[in-house]
Every structure is written in structure tokens, then in C-alpha cells.
Design a binder for this molecule. Structure first.
Ligand code: ZN
Length: 313
């Protein structure tokens, strides 16, 4: 009788743990469902997960990840997810929290085992010191959330995902490890190629629209000296645009990098005034059709950058 009671209790406890997302799914269940907030994280998850896990992204790579329209279909996807992977550092703060709440899925709530904030594994730049005020614009108080644009962080993200997937689906831990090792090797080889291509342009000064590129610039030796936005998230003002034009003329800066989702009007006017050019660079996988994975993102951007540096010598 007592063993029966104990067993019932254990069963009930396990069922409860499973319901609130504390226990991994039984082995016989369908494939693990992973939702990543961006296509970059989804691409890195696929490198590790192969065909053993279903991976989907919420934001598209050509969208501004700070502002994503919350669709009911996202809530449905989140309600069925076993793992949610986020960029964090408040990048998704404007749209993700209500989706998570409305999904009513205990497995993917912040702090639950099915919630993975990969920023915690990465090198983060631009962490503000001192008090943050509204006057500073839309500053991310935890540091710059565009950190996936350094391949070293891409490797760290893939590793964090590998560890989490192995925890949720331990039977495939060896498979995930093998896939991670292979990705890390291919990334390392590609990095040597990218370094070789970018080496002649180390120290080049550029302006960018938004502060999306500090990790990329640090990795490849670019010097971002000014921005089209007067402050993060604040649209161009005539006063700041004039200052930018003067700065670019003085420092002979010929290149303005812009993300595909910002208005070209002001950067184009600045380029006309300074004899420079505007280059649309992709911050994310999926920004263009052919950019289907993490390595292709850097290949695409570096090819465009090298050509632009050659034109604007
Ligand atoms: Zn940003």
C-alpha cells in the first residue's frame, strides 16, 4: 500500500514537473521544438541541432529586431515550444515579454529550463557606466545587443545552444557535440579567410546608421567614428546631420553603413554632400534570400565591404 502511494506520488510529481516544464519530454515524444527570436540564433541552433530538433525563428532577418509586430501565430508557436532562445540585453523588450506571457507555456518562461538567453555566454560591448537617462536615447542599459556580429560570439552562442540541447535531449548529446565541433572548425577556417580579406582595410574609418556594428568593427579592425542616428533609436535631426557631414569631410570618411530596415534619405544626402557612399550591410541571416546561414552572413557583408573600400580609396 505504502509503495503504491509513494509511486502515485512520484508519478503525480513527475507529471506536474512535466506540465510546468521542469522535466524533459519523454523520449518517445515528437521532436524537440525550438523557437529563436531571430534568424541568426535559429541559424546557429540549426548548425548544432541538425535534423534531431525542429528550429524556427520569430523575427525575419530583414526586419528591425527592436520592433517586431506581435502576431497571434507567434503565441501559438511559443505555446508549443520546448526551448526559447533569445538575444537578450533588452533587444526584444518591446515585443517578446507579452508573447511569452500569453503563450502560457511554463517551459519557456524566463528562468525556466526552456529559456536560453545566449547573451550570458558572449562578450558584450558598450555596457554603460553611470546613470542612464531618457536624454541618452534608447540606450540598452545591459550593453550592446548586436553582439552576434563577431564570429567568436557566434561560436559561443552555438556552444551554449549545444549545452542546452544536450540537457533537454541527453540521448543526442554526442550528435550535438559532433555537429558543434564541425561548425566550430568550419567557422575557424572561414575566419582565416575573412581576416585575410579584411586585413588591407584595418583602421578604416566609417560611419554607421545605428550602433549595430561594435562587435563586427572590433573583430575586423574597423573604426566606427560617428552615427546617422544622433542617439540610439532616435531618428536623424538636421543639427546632428550637419555635424556628421562636417565630421566626415574633416576625417575623409567615405562610407556610411546602413541596416536594410532604415530610411536611406538622410544617409544618401550625407553621402552626396561628402562624396562618399551608402552601403547596405546585413546585420542578420535572412536579410537577403541567399544569406541562409551564419557563415554566409559574414561572406556577404565582407564581400560588399571589400568592394566598397576599393571604390572609396
Ligand atoms: Zn540596437
Amino acid at each position: 500500500m505504502r509503495t503504491f502511494l509513494l509511486r502515485s506520488f512520484v508519478c503525480a510529481a513527475l507529471a506536474f514537473a512535466w506540465l510546468v516544464g521542469l522535466a524533459p519530454l519523454p523520449a518517445a515524444a515528437a521532436k524537440l521544438k525550438v523557437i529563436a527570436t531571430t534568424e541568426d540564433l535559429a541559424a546557429l541552433a540549426r548548425e548544432v541541432a541538425g535534423d534531431r530538433v525542429d528550429v524556427e525563428a520569430i523575427a525575419r532577418g530583414y526586419q528591425d529586431p527592436h520592433f517586431v509586430e506581435a502576431k497571434p501565430s507567434f503565441i501559438l508557436k511559443l505555446s508549443r515550444a520546448d526551448l526559447l532562445i533569445v538575444v537578450g540585453l533588452q533587444l526584444e523588450i518591446g515585443w517578446l515579454p507579452p508573447l511569452i506571457t500569453q503563450s502560457r507555456n511554463g517551459r519557456v518562461q524566463p528562468g525556466a529550463p526552456g529559456y536560453l538567453d545566449v547573451s550570458q555566454s558572449c562578450e558584450i560591448l558598450d555596457i554603460p557606466t553611470g546613470a542612464i537617462t531618457r536624454a541618452m536615447g534608447d540606450v540598452h542599459p545591459l550593453g550592446n545587443p548586436h553582439y552576434w556580429l563577431d564570429p567568436a560570439n557566434g561560436r559561443r552562442i552555438a556552444e551554449a545552444i549545444k549545452n542546452k540541447l544536450s540537457q533537454l535531449q541527453p540521448g543526442d548529446a554526442g550528435y550535438f557535440q559532433q555537429r558543434y565541433d564541425d561548425f566550430s572548425r568550419r567557422l575557424g577556417e572561414a575566419e582565416q579567410e575573412w581576416d585575410r580579406k579584411m586585413a588591407p582595410y584595418r583602421g578604416r574609418k566609417v560611419a554607421t546608421y545605428h550602433r549595430s556594428w561594435p562587435n563586427f568593427a572590433q573583430r575586423f579592425g574597423l573604426d566606427v567614428v560617428d552615427y546617422v542616428e544622433p542617439k540610439p533609436g532616435i531618428p536623424p535631426t538636421p543639427q546632428h546631420t550637419l555635424a556628421l557631414i562636417n565630421r566626415m569631410r574633416r576625417d575623409k570618411i567615405k562610407l556610411i553603413l546602413i541596416e536594410p530596415y532604415f530610411d536611406l534619405k538622410t544617409p544618401s544626402a550625407v553621402a552626396r554632400e561628402t562624396g562618399g557612399e551608402v552601403l547596405v550591410l546585413l546585420p542578420s541571416v535572412g536579410g537577403e534570400k541567399e544569406v541562409t546561414d551564419y557563415l554566409k552572413l559574414f561572406e556577404y557583408d565582407i564581400k560588399l565591404l571589400v568592394a566598397a573600400f576599393e571604390r572609396t580609396r
